[in-house]
Design a protein around this ligand. Structure first.
Ligand SMILES: N[C@H](CCC[C@H](N)C(=O)O)C(=O)O
Length: 277
């Protein structure tokens, strides 16, 4: 099977994007892993599939697969690439589109300056909805990680996030501890582990160990979840500039019950095709 794809990235969080608007693509977990493999395949953190709308109030459907082959609910950097992709491919002439994902509708908008703003929806804070096993709905909760007790905030942006505050993201045990948090038994769907350093009330640094992909250079939903956690903890005020290893995002949130708005770049790197078993 010949697979045509577009390679894109949002701040170095990289994607293989597939246009399935004219014909469906049969993606098994094994095929996703083969495409995402950085030595035997194309290589990416996530695979994004563009599908026709399945309901009248949206323009497209958006499916997201992690490099480990698992299908997930949401991808923020991918949403920015999604709207650039459908524009560049002539699949829409709208500047703002409504996109159905597994966790609800998001609205990416291509701006005149080339950046993309996305209404990422309303964050979910109830533990059961993250999901996070807890008998408390406190904003900060202790999590036993090996011999350490970590103070996390559990937030869902459609996908699950566990955010902790650290003094220095460069010194934080992101890979070793992130891998343990990702698979912690109190997160039954696993979790994206965020490490947040507060510079001031409107500026942070962030590293994320992503569920199903490991540490990425940037995580859009992770930046949204980190700003929500920081505002709820009284450490941040909207809007917040989020410095990731791949570059900067701007995140705005007016508080519980309101949507998170993310602004950042989306870049097309190359077009390609791959023989797929
Ligand atoms: N690893 C995430 C999906 C990709 C999210 C990230 N790449 C973003 O930009 O939001 C998860 O398993 O929930």
């Amino acid at each position: 099977m010949k697979l045509r794809f577009t390679k894109m990235h949002g701040l170095g969080n990289d994607f293989v994007v597939i246009d399935a608007t004219r014909a469906p693509v049969d993606l098994t977990p094994a095929r996703v892993k083969a495409i995402a493999d950085r030595h035997f395949g194309v290589g990416c953190d996530q695979l994004l599939v563009v599908e026709p709308a399945a309901r009248p109030d949206v323009d497209f459907r958006y499916r997201i697969f992690n490099a480990d082959g698992g299908e997930v609910e949401q991808c923020g950097n991918g949403a920015r690439c999604f709207v650039r992709f459908v524009h560049d491919k002539g699949l829409t002439d709208k500047a703002e589109i409504r996109v159905e994902t597994r966790s609800g509708i998001i609205a990416p908008r291509l701006r005149a300056d080339g950046l993309v703003t996305v209404d990422m929806g309303v964050p979910e804070l109830a533990p059961a909805k993250v999901p996070f096993v807890s008998d408390s709905d406190a904003v900060v909760q202790p999590l036993q990680v090996g011999g350490d007790t970590v103070a996390i905030t559990a937030v869902s942006m459609g996908n699950p996030h566990a955010v902790q505050v650290v003094a220095d993201v460069d010194a934080a045990p992101v890979v070793e501890q992130g891998a343990r948090i990702e698979r912690h038994e109190r997160f039954p769907a696993r979790v994206n582990a965020g490490f947040l350093q507060v510079v001031d009330a409107h500026e942070v640094r962030l590293r994320v160990f992503e569920r199903g992909a490991g540490e990425t250079l940037a995580c859009g939903t992770g930046a949204c979840a980190a700003v929500v956690a920081g505002i709820l903890r009284g450490l941040l005020e909207t809007p917040v500039r989020v410095h990731t290893r791949g570059g900067e995002l701007e995140i705005a949130w007016d508080g519980p019950g309101t949507p998170v708005r993310m602004t950042g770049p989306a870049v097309t790197v190359f077009e390609g095709e791959m023989e797929l078993a």
